[in-house]
Structure formats: C-alpha cells, structure tokens
Design a binder for this molecule. Sequence first.
Ligand SMILES: Cc1cc2nc3c(=O)[nH]c(=O)nc-3n(C[C@H](O)[C@H](O)[C@H](O)COP(=O)(O)OP(=O)(O)OC[C@H]3O[C@@H](n4cnc5c(N)ncnc54)[C@H](O)[C@@H]3O)c2cc1C
Length: 304
Amino acid sequence: MKALLVAECRQGRMADSFPELFGFAQSLNVEVSMLLVGSRDELPAFDGTLYFADAGEYGEYSPDLHKRLVLDAFEVEQPDFVVFMHTSYGWDLAPRVAATLRLPQITGVTGIDADGFMTSCCNGKMRRIVTPSASRAVLTVQPGAFPALSLGGTPMIRPLTASAETSVEFIRYEPPSTDGIDLTRAEVIVSAGRGVGSRENIDLVRSLAAVFGGEVGASRPVVDAGWLEHGRQVGSTGQSVAPALYVACGISGAIQHLAGIKGAGFVLAVNTDREAPIGEVADLLVIADLAEFLPALTTRLTSP
Ligand SMILES: Cc1cc2nc3c(=O)[nH]c(=O)nc-3n(C[C@H](O)[C@H](O)[C@H](O)COP(=O)(O)OP(=O)(O)OC[C@H]3O[C@@H](n4cnc5c(N)ncnc54)[C@H](O)[C@@H]3O)c2cc1C
C-alpha cells in the first residue's frame, strides 16, 4: 500500500510536523512519497519520491493551486491514502482534494486499529473507529498522535507545475495572540483543567505555581470559560511547552492538550479518575480531589 504525505511550509520553513507524517506512515506500514510546496533550501530527508513545487511560485497556500498540485501528484503516484496533518492547511485542503477525487475523508486520525482508523469525538471524550468505504481515502492526522520519525536518505525530486483559476487569495498568516504570555520558556507550569470546577479554584493552581516560581497554564475549556487568558492555553491550538515539570490539575489528557506537552520533562497529574488518559503519559498520577491535594502540596512545599 502507498501513501502520499502532504507536507506544508510556513514562512519559508517546513512545518515541524512533517516527521509525524512519517511516523503515521510507519504505523500504517505503507510505502511513502511526499508532496511539498516549499523551498529547495529545506527538503525532507527520506528515500522515496518528493513531488516538489516552489512556494515562491505557488505561494505557501493557495487552495486551488495547491489542490491542483496534489491532484497531479495523485495521478502519477496512485496512492491508497493521501495524508495531511490536521492543521489549518490540512483542514482546508484535504476536503477539497477528497471532494474532487470523490474519495472518503477521515478527519483527525489519532490511532490505527485492526478494524480501521481511530478518531476522537464528543470533544475528546470518546474514541471511534472508522473504516473508509472505498479502497482509497484522504486522511488528516491529529498533531501529537504519532511519533515524529526522522527517516534520513535523499528523495528523488519530481518537480510539479500546475495552473488553476484561483477563487481565494491567501493574504498572510497571523500568529495567534498570546496576550504577551510566553509559556515556552517556563521551567515549571501548573495547568488548570475543567476539573478545577470554578474560577475561584484557579487560585489553588496559582498558589502552587507561585511556590515553584512557575507559570499557570490551562486547558481549552478553562480558557473558553474565561477563567484564564487565551495566552495560557496549552495544546494544539494553544502553546507548545517544554517545562522541566508540568503539573496537570483536573485535565483529562485529550490528544489536543497532550500535543502541547510533548516536550515536557516530568509530568505530574492530579485527577479523581484513575482511568483518565493523562495517566498514560504522566510520570506520576495522583488520584485525588485537587481541591484537597493542591493546598496540601502547597503547604507542604512552603512549610519549613
Ligand atoms: C480542534 C480542537 C482543538 C483543540 N485544542 C485544544 C488545545 O489546544 N488545548 C486543550 O487543552 N484542548 C483543546 N481542545 C479540547 C480537547 O479536545 C479537550 O476537550 C480538552 O483538552 C479537555 O479539557 P480538560 O481536560 O480540562 O477537561 P475534561 O476533558 O472535561 O477533563 C476534566 C478532568 O478533570 C477531572 N476532575 C474532575 N473533578 C476533579 C477534581 N475535583 N479533582 C481532580 N480531577 C478532577 C476529571 O476526572 C477529568 O479527567 C481542542 C479540541 C478541538 C476539537
């Protein structure tokens, strides 16, 4: 079986996620080719065919032009799967490709099961297994779900050229607002999840973070509830962090949150549910009510 992996380029650089596409392909045990609209100064290392178009000519994103390039590579390669990362690039481009090719699309793949592809639903609360209804499919892969794999090697480059009427013009990328908060340099982050239960309980998290001289982070529901600023959100649509110590308080461990803490050193999780998925990545899972455990830990750390 063959997969055409579609890499992406941001502001002159290949997006960091492309090794995860290789990790996914390895899990699927398929032969790979890759497509990149990018710069010749930075090409992926692997042994296989690289369909390449210059971003200087085709732009880092242009829905119609990039779709045309993917379709041209598809025609030559005849892959079983066309695979994008589940990023804004993949969100926009994959359905266009799937619709034109009249192929099924499976969105946000988090794992591979003997029966099909795993995706999450109900805001990460449930996992489902999906099987494409055709022998070929377009897939988007959830960032953080598969290991980043460095393959090494030298690709055989096949230049692509295409033209297409463009109905949508790409203007620019705008970095997400971090409200001036930079969690990426913090040595310790204590993060609040929905399990804190109320705005008032954020103070428990703040107090523990203060003991460590660390920063306060948050999962998305806490930010959505307005209990903490968006700049404190950790995860695939928040910041990616790499502290020596990450304390997850009342956080279940949804894949979108875990994507942001892949670089963390020691992960301590406090959760009432011993089956919470955060337990799969935590170095230490404390099964406790955070309203009791956090003040006790803070007091213990501050008492002489
Ligand atoms: C496109 C997309 C992008 C997303 N991006 C992000 C992102 O960047 N960051 C992010 O975090 N999420 C993101 N999400 C949301 C994500 O899927 C989860 O819904 C979210 O991470 C869940 O947050 P949570 O763990 O705080 O809440 P929940 O999943 O509700 O978990 C709460 C946890 O608290 C525990 N708990 C409850 N009470 C207590 C208590 N008293 N003491 C201790 N533990 C307790 C529960 O057992 C549970 O495990 C995204 C979702 C989508 C669809």
